[in-house]
Design a protein around this ligand. Structure first.
Ligand code: UDX
Length: 448
């Protein structure tokens, strides 16, 4: 459908939020909308911008978030408050200048709805995380989730019974990260008033909880927001998200993978934010080595000093360690046999969409709940056990890698993963559930 409708799209400035919202923007652009994607100045110095496929229709604007330069010594609450105040004002000014028809905002910035309403604009809240995770935060917001010493099993509508370690970690650990918990729970302060609620998931993946959610409020599933080349081959050159906050070692990784046999490599990554302690890093390192598999391990530059001494030289025959890679290209390479992951929602969706079984090593936030679903609902991975000292030992790491890479259990996980890959493709292909929802969203934007 051809249209001149102009949409401002605003992800929270973190890799795990930019990727899905940028990818959704490309889908809107491919359906004829004009899109301006907004980034904020404190991350703009580290943006590696490729021209995304379908990029002709995408424009980028940067607004100040008040965190670029100046005093950074204050705490996260002050940062967040300053971020909200500055960005609200600058977003409003940009919207006045660009005169868009509507705003798509990251649901964890609910105050964007107030900005849109102040200018008489319609607005869609985009939930980047798993619907199941969003619903846990919703029940917390409503005061229906009682986390106390007595309660160790949690039942919520249309979701599997969860133990404390399956809840998003910010709920039991909220006292440690109150600002982050507030960010997540406050998504539900005004979400009913948004004109649309868009979810980065697909109908078959979270059928029960989505049905429950849809019985309460209108929603539209629009995921998985994975570049089209991996799902429906709409755009052959759409193989990356298009914006990286870290510089990927693309050539090195892909050449190295080309030398390896089919399904012989463990790909290990903990995403863009998670950190692990030095002794944990050491256990992971020797676990990877002792598994005797090839491995490609992403260790961000800020984590590199935690690697055991001589690890890289001692493992160079079987292992490659780099700071960042083109993850989608890596996951879709025939040499990759398993993904040892922190279970960030994008990584989880990517593994499901590309049919790769997982060793789930959740670190914090939504990752614990994503891991619960990977193991008990989608049956595409195994979860590592943490010992009484809070450590995943090298023996445990080795054992779980072998469980996924070898034997009948590994084959079963791989078969399940391939089934989800087919269902993900079905959702985004022309006429699929997510494609229909995007078409409907575009029609509603254009016609009303
Ligand atoms: C954060 C949270 O940690 C996550 O739990 C939440 O769901 C989203 O926000 P992050 O930790 O970065 O995200 O993890 P994830 O959601 O997996 O996103 C990482 C993205 O970076 C993925 O799209 C992945 O493809 C990409 N990536 C990662 C690379 O391109 N190269 C890499 O080397 C590693």
């Amino acid at each position: 459908m051809e249209s001149k409708a102009h949409i401002l799209v605003f992800p929270f400035p973190a890799q795990g939020h930019i990727n899905p919202i940028l990818q959704f923007s490309k889908r809107l652009a491919s359906k004829g909308l004009k899109i301006t994607l907004i980034t904020t100045t404190s991350i703009s110095h580290s943006l590696h911008l490729q021209t995304p496929a379908g990029g002709a229709a995408l424009q980028f604007e940067s607004i100040s978030d008040g965190l670029d330069g100046g005093d950074h010594s204050d705490n996260i609450h002050t940062h967040l408050d300053r971020f909200i105040a500055t960005v609200s004002q600058n977003l409003a000014q940009l919207a006045v200048k660009l005169r868009p028809n509507a705003v798509v905002y990251d649901a964890i910035m609910p105050w964007c709805l107030d900005v849109a309403r102040g200018l008489g604009l319609r607005a869609a809240a985009f939930f980047t995380q798993m619907c199941g995770v969003s619903m846990v935060y919703y029940h917390q917001y409503e005061g229906n989730l009682k986390v106390d010493g007595e309660n160790c099993r949690f039942s919520m509508p249309a979701m599997p019974v969860m133990e404390i370690g399956d809840l998003p970690s910010l709920i039991p650990d909220g006292h440690l990260y109150p600002a982050f918990l507030r960010l997540m729970v406050d998504q539900f302060s005004n979400f009913r008033e948004a004109d649309w609620r868009l979810l980065n998931t697909f109908d078959k993946l979270e059928e029960e909880v989505l049905n429950w959610m849809a019985s309460q409020w209108p929603i539209k599933t629009v995921g998985p927001t994975v570049p089209s080349m991996y799902l429906d081959k709409q755009l052959e050159d759409d193989k990356d998200y298009g914006v990286n906050l870290f510089q990927p070692s693309a050539e090195v990784c892909m050449k190295w993978l080309d030398t390896k046999e089919k399904a012989s490599v463990v790909y290990a990554s903990f995403g863009s934010l998670a950190t692990v302690g030095e002794s944990q890093m050491e256990e992971l390192a020797w676990g990877l080595k002792n598994s005797d598999k090839n491995f490609l391990w992403i260790v961000r530059a800020s984590e590199e000093s935690k690697l055991p001494r001589n690890f890289i030289s001692e493992t160079s025959e079987k292992g490659l360690v780099v700071n960042w890679c083109p993850q989608l290209q890596v996951l879709s390479h025939h040499a990759v046999g398993c993904f040892m992951t922190h279970c960030g929602w994008n990584s989880t969706l990517e593994a499901l969409s590309l049919g790769v079984p997982m060793v789930a090593m959740p670190v914090w936030t939504d990752q614990t709940t994503n891991a619960k679903y990977i193991v008990d609902v989608w049956h595409t991975g195994v979860r590592v056990k943490v010992n009484e000292r809070g450590i995943i030992t090298r023996e445990e790491t080795e054992l779980r890698i072998k469980e996924v890479m070898e034997g009948e259990r590994g084959n079963e996980l791989r078969r399940n993963a391939v089934r989800w890959k087919e269902l993900a493709k079905e959702a985004v292909r022309k006429g699929g559930s997510s494609d229909k929802n995007i078409e409907e969203f575009v029609a509603e934007l254009v016609c009303t």
